[in-house]
Design a protein around this ligand. Structure first.
Ligand code: FE
Ligand code: CA
Length: 489
């Protein structure tokens, strides 16, 4: 027995509801799942410690194929330690494929809410269909989580993809605090810079009951974009001129807080400024997902057009680019899906934070997609719903040049209520490969089967006033297998 576990036994259980941040599952496989919770009896305690002392605490977990936890269950315990903000990431193994499970945690006499997940289909199997939703950009202070509430209520849902901007780093003040009926204390007024500030921002975001319900509904697959650290950063470069020696520290604490608050495997635990978020999900022979990191390895913003079009500029970094190129070429799956932070489609060359700012790297990705089949890119970041066909050469007007489709998901709350159209619409709709534009908040639901992909774009008309906006279907597209187009129903 280590001294830490005897300390854990000696420490009294914390007071209050230690499960105030909910539960989650992620890193889905056919035979395993990572469970997550973070103990925080006072989630908004201004010191970022969630009301926890420096004692480690033993957390018991239980997974069962029965929602009432009768019958055979998987059990274990994990040590919640202050070094990781009292988060735990136990991995349960030996599960059956394509099976629904329920899970819960316990500390002392306190039991957590129950979550559920579905394991992935077995390797070599031929599943009939697979369904998931995408969501992104959930600035807590810009609105209520109606979108998350609607996703949690989806009937067909194997997974949810969080495509970046899970938190925002900005200080919350009278100018941007649009979530009506809510208040925050002074500790939230400043841009997040320290580990404790990032932890507190995750606590604020994750204290929302709709987001908790979504995580409890199904397993999550997460990647990040920029706001998990700072707007528009690239690799170790701040877009706001913070000197590198300071900014690397900020990246390190931001990445650490991300790990502490996400249902991801210990393989994603950062070491300083290095973290491996990339992931591979195989859905039998139906689909193959690659989860990309479009932030950590990219070259900084170009200073001029000459630099922007330089052939050696990278978005993914050499290693990740080779990895995804290999996966796309080798895949035998019907559908090949990339979960990605930012827009791949060509829109305007002055959007240098997007793949538009990295045209040579984009061409290499499109070439890799041309060597694969039925490619689908899932994208966040723009705070607008758009759908686009991907052409190997965007100057070629024929659809024969299509190499895939891109489903760009609007924000859950960022930018507030939004409107069906706005002043950015013309930048997008000038291109015949862009099939839809909507500036309201929403999410995308996708159903894959052997013959086709159905992507449904859902919107809500408001998020600022409350979380009660009904969802409306904005568009539904069919993409036949073997014919990478977006055909609107
Ligand atoms: Fe965003
Ligand atoms: Ca972003």
């Amino acid at each position: 027995m280590s001294s830490q576990s005897s300390r854990a036994v000696a420490a009294p259980p914390p007071n209050g509801n230690v499960f105030s941040l909910g539960v989650a599952s992620g890193a889905p496989r056919h035979d395993s799942m990572v469970l997550w919770t973070r103990l925080a009896p006072q989630p908004l305690a201004e010191d970022g410690h969630g009301g926890m002392s420096l004692d480690p605490v033993t957390v018991h977990w239980e997974v069962c194929a029965d929602p009432d936890f009768r019958g055979r269950s998987f059990r274990g315990k994990a040590l919640a330690q202050p070094e990781l903000a009292h988060s735990v990431h136990p991995k349960v193994t030996g599960l059956d494929p394509q099976t629904e499970y329920w899970y819960r945690f316990r500390v002392g006499r306190t039991t957590s809410p129950v979550g559920r997940f579905r394991t992935l289909p077995a390797p070599g199997s031929s599943p009939e269909s697979f369904s998931f939703a995408t969501t992104t950009c959930q600035a807590w202070y810009h609105g209520h989580y109606a979108v998350q509430r609607h996703i949690a209520a989806e009937k067909e849902l194997d997974l949810v993809f969080f495509l970046g901007d899970y938190i925002y780093e900005y200080g919350i003040n009278a100018g941007n605090h649009w979530r009506e009926g809510s208040t925050v204390t002074d500790a939230h007024r400043y841009e997040t810079e320290t580990l404790e500030q990032y932890r507190l921002r995750y606590s604020l975001t994750k204290s929302d009951p709709n987001l908790q319900a979504l995580h409890a509904r199904c397993a999550a697959v997460v990647t990040w974009d920029d706001h998990e650290v700072q707007n528009d950063y690239a690799r170790h470069t701040s877009a706001y001129g913070i000197p590198a020696e300071l900014f690397v520290h900020r990246i390190a604490v931001a990445y650490r807080a991300f790990y502490e608050n996400m249902p991801i495997d210990v393989t994603a635990l950062p070491e300083g400024t290095a973290a491996d978020l990339t992931d591979e999900l195989e859905i039998g022979d139906l689909a193959s997902f690659s989860v990309l990191d479009t932030r950590q390895f990219r070259d900084p913003k170009p200073v001029d057009l000459e630099e922007q079009y330089r052939p050696d500029r990278t978005m993914l970094g050499t290693e990740q680019e080779a990895w995804v190129t290999r996966r796309l070429a080798a895949s035998k799956a019907t559908w090949n899906v990339l979960a990605n932070g930012i827009t791949v489609s060509r829109i305007t060359e002055n959007r240098v934070d997007q793949w538009d700012g990295y045209p040579a790297a984009r061409q290499r990705l499109l070439d890799a997609m041309a060597a694969s089949r039925n490619c689908v890119v899932l994208t966040g970041d723009t705070h607008r719903h758009t759908a686009s066909e991907l052409r190997r050469n965007f100057d070629d007007p024929t659809v024969e040049g299509n190499v895939g489709v891109e489903l760009i998901c609007s924000s859950a709350t960022s930018d507030g209520d939004g409107a069906p159209t706005d002043n950015l619409a013309k930048d997008w709709l000038q291109h015949d490969w862009v099939k839809m534009y909507d500036g309201r908040r929403g999410y995308v639901h996708v159903r894959l089967d052997r013959q086709q992909m159905q992507s449904t774009y859902l919107v809500v008309d408001w998020v600022r006033a409350d979380d009660r906006a009904p969802r409306v279907v904005r568009a539904r597209f069919t993409t036949p297998a073997g014919d990478p187009r977006l055909i609107e129903a």
